[in-house]
Design a protein around this ligand. Structure first.
Ligand SMILES: Nc1ncnc2c1ncn2[C@@H]1O[C@H](COP(=O)(O)OP(=O)(O)OP(=O)(O)O)[C@@H](O)[C@H]1O
Ligand SMILES: [Mg+2]
Length: 293
């Protein structure tokens, strides 16, 4: 590679062959609510940033414990202002710990699959400008099987299903995986066991889901790892900080770092469509979903 090409790639973020920079889109979801999705997303985002990845976190859940609340941030604008043309995408993005970029929650995010063609073009254009500045897009999605969860999961390269050791969490996770595989053609899922007593319990929880999924569904489940039940995490939530920052030596913080390293070590599933622009196109373009089935 010529030195001039290398330095251009470093300053523009663009690869010397002029291909758009790949951005890995990872959707964090769950069957049941309250299992720890938002904490998983925020802490993984910070852990990945510490591993020198450029991370953007999209808060796609309108629930109460939003990402901005978890991190003590006060967003003034959100994606609905970008869709309406009042603000640019760059103007609504917040900066969190370790420089992570955050798109705050808004009804605009839920509306992504129902935009007019002009709105679609605007949003795709805005995101494609950001693509070269990012390596990972992490999405904190809502729980359950709403249209928005399905759309984000389908558009992402990786889907992380968070489960905890409660019967409803497992049965709802199974129902979500079944719907995403049978109706929407997804076949690979990462399973993260949260709030477990230790690694053995985490693996056991995974095995329960794995056994039924293997028997009745045509899917591949990967055990991404476990995060233990940790009072430090609850303490950090109360002070509006991520546990990985407030208590970096705590058991949950170490678990998040391990999981981030695991994810980094796994190749991106379909690299050809890795540009951020393609993720947004998949998200807003209903026809794409039909084609993929
Ligand atoms: N590993 C853990 N150890 C201890 N407590 C935890 C852990 N993970 C989550 N919690 C507790 O569960 C609460 C809910 O977590 P969180 O808000 O991340 O869940 P969620 O799945 O995003 O919820 P929702 O479905 O409402 O968006 C936290 O505020 C915390 O008190
Ligand atoms: Mg949440």
């Amino acid at each position: 590679m010529l030195a001039s090409e290398l330095s251009r790639a470093q300053t523009t973020g663009r690869r010397p062959d002029n291909q758009p920079h790949p951005v890995r889109a990872i959707c964090v979801t769950s069957g049941k609510g309250g299992v720890g999705k938002s904490n998983v997303t925020v802490n993984l985002a910070i852990a990945m940033a510490c591993q020198r990845q450029r991370v953007m976190l999209m808060d796609a859940d309108l629930g109460l414990a939003n990402v901005d609340v978890l991190l003590g941030l006060q967003p003034r604008y959100n994606l609905s202002h970008v869709i309406s043309g009042e603000r640019t995408l760059k103007e609504i993005i917040l900066t969190g710990p370790e420089g992570i970029k955050i798109i705050p929650a808004s009804s605009g995010i839920q509306r992504m699959a129902e935009l007019t063609p002009a709105e679609q073009a605007g949003v795709i254009g805005a995101f494609s400008e950001l693509g070269d500045t990012l390596d990972v897009l992490l999405i904190d999605s809502a729980a359950g099987i709403s249209t928005s969860v399905l759309n984000f999961s389908r558009a992402s390269h990786d889907v992380i299903v968070v489960v905890c050791d409660e019967p409803a969490s497992l049965t709802d996770a199974y129902a979500l995986i079944k719907l995403l595989s049978r109706e929407h053609g997804l076949t690979r899922f990462h399973i993260l066991a949260n709030r477990v007593a230790g690694s053995h319990e985490g693996r056991e929880l995974f095995n329960k889901l794995f056994k039924v999924a293997e028997r009745f569904l045509d899917v591949t489940l990967n055990f991404l790892g476990m995060v233990p039940e940790d009072p430090h995490l609850r303490k950090a939530v109360k002070t509006q900080q991520a546990v990985i920052q407030a208590f970096p030596d705590s058991p949950s913080a170490s678990a998040f770092r391990r999981i981030a390293a695991q994810l980094k070590g796994r190749p991106m599933p379909y690299a050809a469509s890795g540009a951020l622009q393609f993720f947004i196109e998949r998200l807003v373009n209903a026809d794409y979903h039909a084609e993929r089935l």
